[in-house]
Design a protein around this ligand. Structure first.
Ligand code: NAD
Length: 256
């Protein structure tokens, strides 16, 4: 049990990578706050039934990470339930495909709002709690290979993830005196709902897989393994780093 007695929150944890991270944290002995976004009964049900199946008590909490008051309430609810907060995973994310010349301000604001502001607000609210309680902490951002690699048609997404990379590197320095580490996980192509249109289209799948040296999409649990490591005591000396979980994609990318 690598996270025995730790208290964690994971944003956007009702599906995909976030759900796998929350589940693995609970299996490793952590109490987990499983965040899901408002306005979706399916997300609420998924979060609540996941928590009910964990071996360790957890909570499901509705919060929109683009809203500061929701993020603060999520941290407060976690602390109320379990007394402290040791680990925060800023995982919630969206993408909108649109050629740059056609992109709208609304689309830009939505993607930057969830991915970049959401990551900032989650990390800040969590770090404030960690500093107040003492004893250090772990902040993990679910970034993307697109924190570094361009992806035509997804400019707002790439800008948001590039922003997360610099946010992470900066706060790794600012929070180090408090014993709080900050790191990115940069997944490549992982089989989750965010990629449903590619997963459903055999030709898109062939093109995507042809870019991946390991020859397949990754699974959410393969990302969760790295999150467990970064959240654990074993990663005490790791901060300011990006961990790629991409089957080698970044080594030979031409871009699918
Ligand atoms: P997903 O769509 O299953 O997960 C995204 C989650 O974010 C969903 O549960 C969604 O409800 C939640 N969310 C969206 N807006 C929110 C908001 N305003 N407040 C709270 N939650 C909100 O897809 P995923 O692949 O599991 O994505 C998780 C993260 O991994 C994202 O940040 C994504 O950018 C990143 N990522 C995914 C891949 C991939 O190939 N799947 C690759 C690189 C990075």
């Amino acid at each position: 049990m690598r996270l025995q007695g730790k208290v964690a929150l994971v944003t956007g944890a009702s599906s995909g990578i976030g759900a796998a991270v929350a589940q693995r944290f609970a299996a490793e002995g952590a109490h987990v706050c499983v965040n899901y976004r408002p306005a979706s009964d399916r997300d609420r049900q998924a979060a609540e039934s996941a928590v009910a199946a964990y071996p360790t008590p957890g909570i499901a909490f509705q919060a929109d990470v683009t809203r500061r008051e929701d993020v603060d309430a999520m941290v407060a609810a976690t602390v109320k339930a379990f007394g402290r907060l040791d680990i925060a995973v800023a995982n919630a994310g969206i993408e909108i495909k649109r050629p740059f010349l056609e992109a709208t301000d609304d689309e830009w604001a939505r993607v930057i709002g969830v991915n970049l502001f959401g990551g900032y607000a989650t990390a800040q609210a969590a770090a404030r709690q960690m500093v107040a309680q003492g004893g250090g902490g772990r902040i993990v951002f679910m970034s993307s290979v697109h924190e570094d690699i361009p992806f035509p048609g997804y400019t707002s997404y790439c800008a948001s993830k590039g922003g997360i990379r610099m946010l992470m590197r900066n706060i790794a320095i600012e929070l180090a005196p408090h014993g709080i580490t900050a790191n990115d996980i940069a997944p490549g192509a992982i089989a989750t709902p965010i990629n449903q249109s590619v997963l459903d289209d055999p030709e898109s799948m062939r093109n995507a897989v042809s870019e991946i040296p390991l020859g397949r999409f990754g699974r959410p649990d393969e990302v969760a393994s790295v999150a467990v490591f970064l959240a654990s005591d074993e990663a005490a000396y790791v901060t300011g780093s990006t961990y790629y979980v991409d089957g080698g994609l970044t080594q030979q990318v031409t871009m699918y």
